[in-house]
Each structure stands twice: as structure tokens, then as C-alpha cells.
Write a protein that binds this ligand. Sequence first.
Ligand code: 8YV
Length: 332
Amino acid sequence: MRPKVLVTRRIPENGLELLREHFDVEVWEDEREIPREVLLERVRDVDALVTMVSERIDAELMDSAPKLRMVANYAVGYDNIDVEEATRRGIYVTNTPDVLTNATADFAWALLLATARRLVEADAFTRSGEWKRRGVAWHPLMFLGRDVYGKTIGIVGLGRIGKAIARRAGGFGMRILYNSRTRKPEAEKELGAEFRSLEGLLRESDFVVLAVPLTEETYHLINEERLRLMKRTAILVNIARGKVVDTKALVKALKEGWIAGAGLDVYEEEPYYNGELFAMENVVLAPHIGSATHGAREGMAELVAVNLIAFKNGEIPPTLVNREVVEVRKPG
Ligand code: 8YV
């Protein structure tokens, strides 16, 4: 019998084709997210799981899946998985780094530029026909935005994606500040980035971009006190995880003008629906699509498959997250 893999959402065909050569593959094809109780039922006889975003892979799920040997997360961030619990049980956990770095960094810039230059508001205005209907002459004060070129960008988290964001900032003639748990002398040399305390970075930056993983330490890292340190003209961009920012504090900051705007791809609760940000013109909102390019999505699908196949062949999966698991159980 071939091992069974459940894929919880549709992913590009290239990954599924590879998987089908080695596994019995079941894909949850429904438009709706797989309901938790259905997921708990479906995992009963699976050997491996391809999962993503907000699906909680916790002790309860692992209890429901006695045969589960590997969880391949279709994402670089794996805060949805209780990795410690998985390791204890000898379950391998993998993620999809690198293949989505450039796409996500590009998207951080798309949000930054769209927010700075009020692109979404301007698009809505143009489509509405108001430009002609109102009979107001075009004038030089329409849709004034924020300058980007030559300004200061502050990147919180200088991992793979943070560095790729910084590289792009070079082309915009920007001063680059960064904050991370440890200093990165090589990146400082390569990118000309300057280390700052988080507080210092927030005070000095015109654009603050969040690129940290969600951990206990980064939960609500950007809170009321820290938002108050930012310039009134500054823009916050979040392509990391929604819970890195205290949304209530952010709404207050935007309403009361402590900061000028925000470009968000991630939210504390996803899907984000009808929250206070909906009514604000100085925000640009995207539905967690940072890595949604053809290339990145196909790369992620391939990497998920490569990891699973390696595991099946008794090899260590190339992007294994919990290396200690090898002590608990050999792959295969
Ligand atoms: C995923 C992401 O597309 O990689 C991540 O951490 O947030 C995105 O690239 C999304 O989480 C689906 O799993």
C-alpha cells in the first residue's frame, strides 16, 4: 500500500503530479476551508499532511491522526504548527523557504509603494468616473502621496525576506535600518544596513516593514507604545503575520494620525472581515497574497513534494524544521 497524503487546499499541479508518483493523494478541492471537524476525521488514516495558513496542527489533530509521520507546511512560516509536540511524537515538519523570498519581498514593495502613492484610492477615483463627472480640473494637489526615493526604510527582521526587501531599497536610494535578534555584520556590509534598537528604528524610519516570524517574542511587537514612537508621516507595512501587530492599537494610530498609513497583507484574524480598517482610506489591504506568484507557488508545491518524497525514501527532507526529530524516529 502506498502512503496516503492529504492536501488541505488546492496547490499547483506540478507538486501534485510529483506527489502522485509516490503517494495516494487526496486534495480538499472545496472552495470553503476544510472544517475542523472534517479535517480531524480525514486525518485518521493519513501518513502525511500538506497544510497551510491558519490550520492548527496541534496535539488534538495529532491525536486524531495515529499514522501521521510528516507535516509539510505550504509556507515558510510555521506558527500554525505545534512543532514541539510534533517532535515529541516523531512527526517530521517541513516548510518552504527561499522559493518565495523574492515574490514576498516584491509584494512588500508593492504595498509600500501603493500606500505611499495612494494607488488604490486613485484607482477607485479613476474608475468611478468622478474625474470627468465632477468637472473638476486636474490639479497638482490631487492625490498627494509620500516621497519614497531617498527616504529611510526600517526593516524589522533581517532574515531571507528582510534582506531581499533591503536589496530593493538600494534601488530607491534609501538609508536602510534594521532590527533583529542578533546583529548581522555580513548583511550590514552587503546592504549598507545600519542596526538600530527597535525603538530607534521606529523613531527614525519613514517606512517600517515587518518581516519577522511570529513567535512568543514577536506577538504584538508593534503595540500602542511603539506605534507612538513612529513619525506622523511614516507608513507601516506588514507582510509577516497579523499577530505581530496589535490591531486595536494600529487602528487608533491610523485614526488619530500618529502614523500616516499602513499596507497590510496579514491580519490577527484571517479572513479579515468588516473590521475598522475597511473604512480607512490611508490603508491598503491585501488578502495574504505575499507569495502568490506563479513562480513562487509552483516552487512551493515542488518543495513540498520533494520534502515528502525524501522522507518516504528514508532521507532527511531538505527543509526540515525540527532536526531533533531524527533522534526520535528515522525518516521513511
Ligand atoms: C503562504 C506565508 O502562502 O509562507 C508563508 O509563511 O505566509 C505564505 O507564503 C501562506 O501562509 C499559505 O500557507
